[in-house]
Ligand binder design. Structure first.
Ligand code: SF4
Ligand code: SF4
Length: 134
């Protein structure tokens, strides 16, 4: 009696993994620790595969065209957007955003988009890199 799975098992021993070894070829003890080392120039990230065209990553915001209507704030289910009334602009907290895209759809000036940038890990949710203001 032969098991049909055996040829598959044997052939998989000689195949490359389908997964992308990102951010490092071997699992680091912590991702944030690895990012700290990268920031200090002590380590390098393994390059990721190209982001898919419609990936919903970090918010981008064109402050110049924003008219401060606050419609984006009204539709945001994650309370990730804050109004700056003094200048009629807004600010995005990436650590809170769930990438639903509702703000990008309702913005009358098309000044919002979800980019392909997905590496947004940090110890600090209020890290400057995680606050989008322009
Ligand atoms: S993508 Fe969704 S969660 Fe993120 S800021 Fe826009 S509305 Fe809020
Ligand atoms: S919906 Fe667009 S124009 Fe209105 S406040 Fe938000 S980003 Fe600015």
């Amino acid at each position: 009696m032969t098991f049909p799975i055996v040829p598959d098992l044997l052939s998989s021993l000689f195949k490359k993994p389908n997964t992308n070894p990102f951010p490092a070829p071997q699992l680091p003890p912590t991702v944030t620790g690895l990012l700290d080392e990268v920031n200090q120039g002590k380590a390098e990230l393994n390059p990721p595969v190209p982001a898919p065209e419609r990936l919903r990553g970090k918010m981008t915001y064109n402050r110049e065209t924003c008219i401060g209507c606050n419609l984006c704030i009204k539709v945001c289910p994650a309370h990730a957007i804050e109004a700056i009334p003094a200048v009629k602009k807004v600010r995005f907290y990436v650590s809170q955003c769930i990438q639903c895209g509702q703000c990008t759809e309702i913005c009358p000036k098309q000044c919002l988009a979800l980019s392909g940038e997905f590496l947004n890990a940090s110890h600090d949710r209020y890290d400057r890199s995680l606050i989008v203001e322009r």
